[in-house]
Design a protein around this ligand. Structure first.
Ligand code: PRX
Length: 636
């Protein structure tokens, strides 16, 4: 694939081209792919409704672009190198040809089971090669996949299945994560008690744990592929046919199904992958994300494979068997580009350098960061001790909704600055606005980050509720896509992401809505009401702080016991990723006279910062603030 930028001058030139004539720019990138039928028009859009269509009436299949388009040149190259949780288990390499055969075989099996184009298929699997095979087989036959991170609870899984009206679940008996064995099938069984749309579930054997297979519903993966050929003709898809749905949290209680479509997502993920990681033929690239998140979709599976890259997929966690596991894998597979989240960097930094120094990291060329702001200390540690001062760091800013990286340095090309995502990629037109929506022009400004022109991999809708998509992203500032992030543009025109400006918190790079956690907490019979806020956390970036007001009969219960049972309620409704770091039982929540919870005050208390609480005398219940502070141990 061409369209690779090599110099700063080249970047500036490409950027200007992409802004002055976006249609011509993206058409020239799209020319590199195989289209069964070329598009009639590059772009149709308005941000009011919104309607966004790229490569209108183009016909293609994304997996044909991963496999058939590249088999002559890449057939014997490694597509996926899979590294298991336990280093004593052998890793697996699948060449492009081998992966293709497995995808075809599983596609045939799914078709035989009755899965059709347009069906929604939920994937709830551990990080094994079959998870990628499952996604690609869905794409091959035109089924819409919706991957749910295997750390979500059965309730959360059932909600997503029901929202998507999925017919099929692809899953496994269990999974390994560090010292834990995840009971994946059991969670699926619980979820499927309340999911009438489900017709079948396909179960991969991974751990060999004992599972219950329900007749006429559950079928082993090995039985699905038995007797199937290794050839399959890909379904023809329209550019704007849905490729996948991925659920993500917003400021309301209910996660939304972000929809990505085929043509534009393909073009943008491949283009951004090649440029942001400066991937060269023969390089080994590793992104440590889970495929349950957008990073895993775009930069473990689709982007790298479309670019003919070798993508490492890791089943385990950074600290098992010890905190050197990442660096051992870098050494073992001679990884050239390494992409992880600040939370992992901070966690490993805290373990000390001895785990780093044991391993040879000389293969590394580019380091990436994603998911949350990277603090200066972590940036320097990553740069000095992992990159040994010679690997550029790409601090990549993007979102589930953007499909691909929008703001990032190009390594070795864009001069970097710690904590800055730096400059937009070609085709991306960021704009900062104040709270009234006025554009903040020039440099040295700070405001709400929006994008004023479409790019190929942007979300098209939220599944089953287009109005919600319009409301959430396109109505706050007229004519603009609103990201929900605050951002600064400094004196050099560099962008620095400041974090969310809505009620979304980012815990270890995972996005959680405070309302979603509150809804879960409020399900507890002893809870009267609650308020959740984020606060700075040394390792996780943000921690979850939950203020709880109990019902009167809670007085008969031990407070620690109540807290433990609140945690288990959250585990049941959302999953362990939403576990609060602090729970404080308080006599009441500070409210305005109209009954709105004053989160600003609760955030300050969570930050252990009692200065500047503002005028609290206008509150409905000003006296409650002192008692919360007292309980939180915050000095006045
Ligand atoms: O607040 C931004 C933060 O993560 C949010 C998107 O979360 P999610 O959709 O889960 O996708 C994460 C992986 C792309 C953004 O709104 N975020 C993401 N990358 C960065 C970031 N914040 C600062 N710097 C980044 N590089």
């Amino acid at each position: 694939m061409t369209n690779k930028i090599n110099t700063l001058g080249g970047y500036i030139h490409e950027y200007q081209k992409s802004v002055s004539n976006p249609e011509a720019f993206w058409a020239s990138v799209a020319e590199n792919f195989h289209w069964r039928k070329k598009w009639d028009k590059v772009l149709d859009w308005n941000f009011e409704e919104p309607t966004i269509e790229w490569f209108v009436n183009g016909k293609l299949n994304i997996t044909e672009n991963i496999f058939e388009r590249q088999l002559f040149t890449h057939g014997d190259k490694a597509a996926i190198i899979w590294e298991p949780n336990n280093p004593d288990e052998a890793s697996i390499t699948l060449t492009y040809r081998e992966l293709f055969e497995k995808v075809c075989q599983f596609s045939n099996g799914l078709l035989k089971q009755g899965v059709k184009k347009g069906d929604r298929v939920v994937i709830y699997m551990p990080m094994v090669p079959e998870a990628a095979i499952a996604m690609l087989a869905c794409a091959r036959i035109g089924a819409i996949h919706s991957v749910v991170f295997a750390g979500f609870s059965s309730n959360a899984l059932a909600d997503r299945i029901n929202d998507a009206q999925a017919t099929t679940v692809l899953t496994a008996d269990g999974g390994y994560r560090g010292t834990k064995v995840l009971e994946i099938k059991k969670i699926v069984d619980e979820a499927l008690e309340n999911t009438p749309s489900i017709e079948r579930s396909v179960v991969l054997k991974r751990t060999g744990s004992e599972v219950t297979m329900k007749p006429n519903r559950d079928i082993w993966w090995s039985d699905v592929i038995a007797g199937e050929t290794l050839e399959n003709k890909a379904e023809e898809m329209d550019s704007e046919d849905m490729l996948f749905i991925l659920y993500t949290s917003g400021s309301t209680g209910k996660p939304k199904g972000v929809v990505h479509t085929t043509g534009g997502y393909m073009v943008y993920t491949a283009y951004s992958f090649k440029n942001v990681f400066q991937y060269n033929a023969g390089d080994v690239y590793w992104c440590t994300a889970d495929i349950g998140w957008i990073t895993g979709h775009s930069y473990i599976v689709y982007g790298p494979l479309l670019a003919g890259a070798t993508s490492v997929m890791f089943e385990g966690v950074p600290t098992f068997p010890d905190a050197g596991r990442f660096w051992e894998i870098v050494d073992k597979h001679q990884v050239n580009q390494f992409y992880t989240a600040p939370t992992a960097i901070r966690a490993l930094q805290a373990k000390g350098l001895e785990y780093v120094e044991k391993h040879d990291l000389s293969s590394l060329k580019v380091l990436g960061s994603v998911g949350e702001p990277i603090n200066e200390e972590a940036w320097h540690w990553y740069h000095d001790h992992i990159g040994k001062d010679r690997c550029p760091i790409v601090d990549t800013w993007w979102q589930t909704e953007t499909g691909g990286i929008l703001i990032s340095p190009l390594p070795g090309i864009t001069p970097t600055k710690p904590t800055y995502a730096t400059l937009p990629l070609p085709g991306i037109q960021p704009i900062l606005v104040d709270n009234e929506g006025n554009e903040l022009k020039g440099n040295s400004v700070e405001g709400n980050l929006c994008v004023k022109f479409p790019w190929p991999s942007m979300l098209r809708t939220t599944y089953g509720d287009h109005e919600r998509c319009r409301q959430t992203y396109f109505s706050t500032y007229k004519g603009l896509y609103f990201t929900g992030d605050g951002c600064k543009r400094d004196e050099d025109g560099y962008y620095r992401i400041l974090g969310r400006v809505d009620d979304v918190i980012n815990v270890s790079g995972h996005r959680l809505g405070t309302a979603e956690i509150e809804n879960a907490i409020n399900e507890h019979p002893l809870v009267n009401e609650s308020a959740v806020v984020g606060y700075p956390h040394e390792i996780k970036g943000q921690g979850i702080y939950a203020y709880i007001v109990c019902e009167a009969d809670a007085a008969n219960h031990d407070e620690e016991q109540i807290k433990r049972s609140i945690i288990s309620t959250i585990n049941k409704i959302i999953g362990p990723i939403a576990k609060p770091d602090k729970i404080l039982v308080v006599p009441g929540l500070p409210k305005t006279r109209s009954g709105k919870i004053m989160r600003r005050i609760l955030r300050k208390i969570a930050e252990n910062n009692a200065s500047n609480l503002g005028d609290i005398s206008t509150l409905l219940n000003p006296e409650v603030v002192a008692s919360i502070m007292d309980k939180a141990g915050v000095a006045v």
